[in-house]
Ligand binder design. Structure first.
Ligand code: GUN
Length: 284
């Protein structure tokens, strides 16, 4: 039976470290850390995420500035706000919650955020830096996954790593972080042939496809570390991952649960990025 990786515990220790450093920088240098969170419209899931981000800011001692804009906000109005936040010295990090309403071009908004304040690491400058391994900010979800793998004591170097999913937010940067740790990385996606055989070779399997119970125990190598990034809402209202937990836990050595695995990590990594941004902006 696999050991369960406790995302809540790992996340709490990241937050504790961020809170301690924030307090220390405030006391020794008078540095204040601020995060601006922008939400457009009434997407209920986005509302929950934004509230959680606000709570996390309070927990680690950051100022948070929330901008809740109407669904009918124009792209130009949102660009104006981003430009104001780019210049606001109280704001070290800017996060525009996605998805945005359809009439707003997400790429245009992401490109307008100053790369120094882009704590999501979505701006092309930061994406490029991740590619070459010279990163200011680690993309939050993949960085959280790396912390969870580290918490198991698993060495990545030389291991066969399989990432299922090729999104810009998770799959692609995830593969890069594993590669930078000298993993041998394969990225699988909806057109991949022989998915089962490829998965069966994985010492470290990261699943981010957004389909409930997509990976089953028979696809997993005995002793593999399995990280489930999925967060799917079933018809009965229950949350479930991309990995069929019951069959997978019989085969894996370590596995993340859903909820309580990757989910709690993402916001903690956002807090860490925001602290990094504040330090860089203060020349520390
Ligand atoms: N929507 C879902 N996940 C994310 C995220 O990590 N960052 C932003 N900005 N929006 C999201």
């Amino acid at each position: 039976m696999a050991q369960i990786i406790n995302g809540k515990e790992v996340s709490a220790s990241v937050r504790k470290a961020v809170a301690e450093e924030t307090a220390q920088l405030r006391d020794s240098r008078g540095l204040k850390v601020g995060l601006a969170v922008v939400i457009v419209g009434n997407n209920p899931a986005s509302r929950v995420y934004v509230n959680n981000k606000k709570k996390a800011c309070e927990e680690v001692g950051f100022q948070s500035f929330e901008y809740a804009l109407d669904e009918n906000t124009t792209e130009e109005q949102l660009l104006d706000l981003v430009n104001v936040l780019n210049r606001d010295v109280r704001v070290n990090g800017i996060l525009v919650q996605l998805p945005l309403p359809k009439h707003i071009n997400e790429t245009a908004i992401i490109n307008a955020i100053s790369p120094e304040k882009d704590v999501d690491a979505f701006h092309p400058v930061n994406v490029g830096k991740i590619m070459i391994g010279d990163y200011s900010f680690l993309p939050c979800t993949p960085a959280g996954v790396m912390e969870l793998i580290a918490s198991t004591g698993t060495e990545i170097s030389g291991k066969t790593c399989v990432v299922i999913g090729r999104s810009n937010i998770v799959g692609k940067p995830m593969a890069m972080l594993l590669l930078h740790k000298s993993g041998t990385v394969t990225i699988c996606h909806s057109k991949t042939q022989n998915l089962k055989e490829i998965c069966q070779r994985a010492d470290i399997l990261v699943v981010a496809v957004g389909r409930a119970n997509f990976v089953t125990g028979d696809m997993i190598k005995p002793g593999a570390v399995v990280i489930d990034v999925g967060m799917n809402r079933l018809e009965n209202g229950k949350l479930c991952g991309d990995v069929e937990f019951e069959s997978a836990e019989k085969v894996a050595s370590y596995i993340t649960p859903v909820p309580g695995g990757v989910g709690p990590m993402t916001i903690s990594m956002l807090m860490r990025n925001t602290l990094t941004a504040a330090k860089q902006q203060a020349g520390i």
